[in-house]
Design a protein around this ligand. Structure first.
Ligand code: FES
Length: 575
C-alpha cells in the first residue's frame, strides 16, 4: 500500500511485540487470517441497531452489505455498536441523550484501530449524534441512513408517521373516531422497517446527510426495504476504503459551503426545525461558525418544493419514486442556491452528482417557479420574548396567524399543561396565544418535542385547528401548526419566557421576524427580580452533567465542553 498516509490502525497491528500480539491475536478468535493486518484500511461500521429503536431494526442487514463492500475493496471491516436513540421509546426525550451518544461515538472511533468509519443512522437523534461524534475525530467517514418506511395507508388514504398520529389523537379526543379505529390505524401506519416516512426529523436529517455530501447519492429517500438501499450500502463499503487511501477526511466534506447547501436544501424540502439545532451543533464540532441568522438568511428566497407531510400530502416513498433529493438539489443548483463545487463522499462534486437528475412527478417535487408553498426555510424570530432567537416553520404554519396579537394563556410546565388543557373551564379562545415554559434544554431537561401544544378540546370541537403556540421546547418534524419554538434563553435559565403571565399580550410578526411581549420594561424588571429558578430535576449522574453543561438551543444544545474536536491522534498504549 505505497503512497498512502500511514494508517492509524498500523499503530496497533504492525507491531511485532507483546502489544501487537494482543491486538492481533484476540481478533483472530473468530478466524481472521494474518493478512487482515497487513496494512489494509480498517473500517469501522458504527451501528445503532437496537430493538429499542424500531426505526433501526434492519441495520444488521445494512451492516452486512457495508461489510461485503469493504471486503470487496480490500479493506478490513469491524462492526461496533454505539448507544442507540429510539425516539418513540426513550423518556424523557431522546434529545437528552444525543450528546451522550455523540461522546460514545467519538471516543469509540478514536480509541480503536480504525482508519475510516461508516455511520449507520436512522431514527431522529442517531443521525446528529453519529455525525457530531465522528466530526470531533475527523477520519474518513460515510453516512448511511436506514431509509424511510413504506407508505402508511388506512381505509384507502395515506397516513403518515407522527403527522396522523397527532391528527388522529385529536380526532379521538373530539370523538370523531373510535378507539378500535385508532388501534387499527397503528398497524396501518407503520407496516415495514425503516424510519418515519413523513418529512420528520429522520427524513430531514437523511436529506441533509446527502446535501452535506456525507451520503452516497440517493441516500435520502430510498425506502428501507428497497433492495437499492442495500446496494447503496455495499457501494458505500467499497468507497470508504478508497476514501481512506485518498485521505478524504470528514472535514474535507463538511465545510461551511456544505453546511450552507444543507440549510438551503432544508428550505427546499420544508425540513424539520430540529435540523437547526443539529446542524449548528455539528458545525461547531468542526470549528465552523454557524448561527440562527445563517438559517434565516440562507433560506430566504427558497420556496418549499416538496409536497410531503406534514406540510403536504405525499410520503417519502412518493418522494423517492419522483426522483428523490437529487431532483431538489438540481432545482436549487439551477437557481444558484447551491455551492456546486462542494465535494461529496463519492469523490464527485454535489453538482456533478445531481445536475442531470430527473423528476418523474411534479405533483410531488415542484419546480422552483411553481413551488408547492411560496415560503420554505426557517423563520428566526427575535424580540424581548426571545433575545437570542426562536424559530418557526412557515410551511407548516397557518398563513392567517403569521401576524397575530393575542392574550397569553400560560402553562408553567408540561405537567401544568396536561392537568388543565382538557378542562372546559380553561379561560381560552382561538385568539389566545398558548405559552409553555420550562421545556428547554435545562428545563425539561433535554428539550422535549412538546412545543406543538394540543389544542383545548372545546376549541377542537368547534373546528379550530390551529393557534399560536410559544415555548422553549422543540417540535417533532412530523408536527405542524403556527408554533414558535426554541425560545432562547429558555425559561429555566431565566429567559424572558419565564416572565410571561396570563393575560399579557404577545405579538407575533413572522414577516418582520419579531416576537414581542407587550409588557413595559419596568414591569418585566420587577418580575425578573421575583423570579426563582425551578428546582433541579436531578443532583447526580448524567442528568446533572447535562443540565450543568448544555448550551442553549441557539448554540446547538451541545455540551459546552464538546464544542470542537480532539482529532484522530492515536492514544497512548494500553499495555
Ligand atoms: Fe424513529 Fe420517527 S420515530 S424516525
Amino acid at each position: 500500500m505505497t503512497g498512502m498516509k500511514q494508517l492509524r490502525s498500523q499503530s496497533w497491528f504492525a507491531r511485532q511485540d507483546k502489544n501487537g500480539f494482543y491486538y492481533r491475536s484476540w481478533l483472530k478468535n473468530r478466524g481472521l487470517p494474518q493478512d487482515q493486518f497487513d496494512g489494509r484500511p480498517v473500517i469501522g461500521i458504527c451501528n445503532t441497531w437496537s430493538e429499542l429503536t424500531p426505526c433501526n431494526t434492519h441495520f444488521k442487514t445494512i451492516a452486512d452489505h457495508v461489510r461485503w463492500g469493504v471486503l470487496e475493496a480490500g479493506g478490513f471491516p469491524l462492526e461496533f455498536p454505539v448507544m442507540s436513540l429510539g425516539e418513540t421509546m426513550l423518556r424523557p426525550t431522546a434529545m437528552l441523550y444525543r450528546n451522550l451518544a455523540s461522546m460514545e461515538v467519538e471516543e469509540s472511533i478514536r480509541a480503536n484501530p480504525l482508519d475510516g468509519v461508516v455511520l449507520l443512522m436512522g431514527c431522529d437523534k442517531t443521525t446528529p449524534a453519529l455525525l457530531m461524534g465522528a466530526a470531533s475525530v475527523d477520519v474518513p467517514t460515510i453516512g448511511i441512513s436506514g431509509g424511510p418506511m413504506l407508505r402508511g395507508v388506512y381505509k384507502g388514504s395515506y397516513i403518515g408517521s407522527g403527522t396522523n398520529t397527532i391528527s388522529m389523537s385529536e380526532q379521538l379526543r373530539s370523538g370523531e373516531i373510535t378507539l378500535s379505529e385508532y388501534h387499527e390505524a397503528e398497524s396501518c401506519m407503520h407496516r415495514s422497517q425503516g424510519h418515519c416516512m413523513t418529512m420528520g426529523t429522520a427524513s430531514t436529517m437523511a436529506c441533509l446527510v446527502e446535501a452535506l455530501g456525507m451520503g452516497m447519492p440517493g441516500n435520502a429517500a430510498i425506502p428501507a426495504v428497497d433492495a437499492r438501499r442495500n446496494l447503496l450500502s455495499r457501494l458505500a463499503g467499497r468507497r470508504i476504503v478508497e476514501m481512506v487511501k485518498q485521505d478524504v477526511v470528514l472535514s474535507k466534506i463538511i465545510t461551511r459551503e456544505a453546511l450552507e447547501n444543507a440549510v438551503r436544501v432544508n428550505a427546499g424540502i420544508g425540513g424539520s426545525t430540529n435540523a437547526v439545532i443539529h446542524l449548528i451543533a455539528l458545525a461547531r464540532r468542526l470549528g465552523i461558525k454557524m448561527d440562527l441568522d445563517d438559517w434565516d438568511n440562507l433560506g430566504r428566497g427558497i420556496p418549499c418544493l416538496l409536497n410531503i407531510m406534514p406540510s403536504g400530502k405525499f410520503l417519502m416513498e412518493d418522494f423517492f419514486e419522483a426522483g428523490g433529493l437529487p431532483a431538489i438539489i438540481r432545482e436549487l443548483g439551477a437557481r444558484d442556491f447551491l455551492h456546486k463545487d462542494a465535494l461529496t463522499v463519492n469523490g464527485q462534486t454535489i453538482w456533478d452528482n445531481n445536475k442531470d437528475a430527473p423528476c418523474w412527478n411534479r405533483d410531488v417535487i415542484h419546480e422552483f417557479d411553481t413551488p408547492f408553498k411560496p415560503v420554505g426555510g426557517i423563520a428566526v424570530l427575535k424580540g424581548n420574548l426571545a433575545p437570542d432567537g426562536a424559530v418557526l416553520k412557515p410551511s407548516a404554519a397557518s398563513p392567517a396567524l403569521m401576524k397575530h396579537t393575542g392574550r397569553a394563556v400560560v402553562f408553567e410546565s408540561i405537567e401544568d399543561l396536561r392537568a388543565r388543557i382538557n378542562d372546559d373551564a380553561l379561560d381560552i379562545d382561538e385568539h389566545c396565544v398558548m405559552v409553555l415554559k420550562n421545556c428547554g434544554p435545562k428545563g425539561y431537561p433535554g428539550m422535549a418535542e412538546v412545543g406543538n401544544l394540543p389544542l383545548p378540546p372545546k376549541l377542537l370541537q368547534r373546528g379550530i385547528t390551529d393557534m399560536v403556540r410559544i415555548s422553549d421546547a422543540r417540535m417533532s418534524g412530523t408536527a405542524y401548526g403556527t408554533v414558535v419554538l426554541h425560545c432562547a434563553p429558555e425559561a429555566a435559565a431565566g429567559g424572558p419566557l419565564a416572565l410571561v403571565r396570563n393575560g399579557d399580550l404577545i405579538s407575533l410578526d413572522v414577516e418582520a421576524r419579531t416576537l414581542t411581549l407587550e409588557v413595559a420594561d419596568e414591569e418585566l424588571d420587577r418580575r425578573r427580580a421575583e423570579w426563582r429558578a425551578p428546582t433541579a430535576k436531578s443532583n447526580r449522574g448524567y442528568v446533572k452533567l447535562y443540565v450543568d453543561h448544555v448550551n442553549q438551543a441557539n448554540d446547538g444544545a451541545d455540551f459546552d465542553f464538546l464544542v470542537g474536536g480532539s482529532g484522530s491522534g492515536v492514544p497512548r498504549d494500553n499495555f
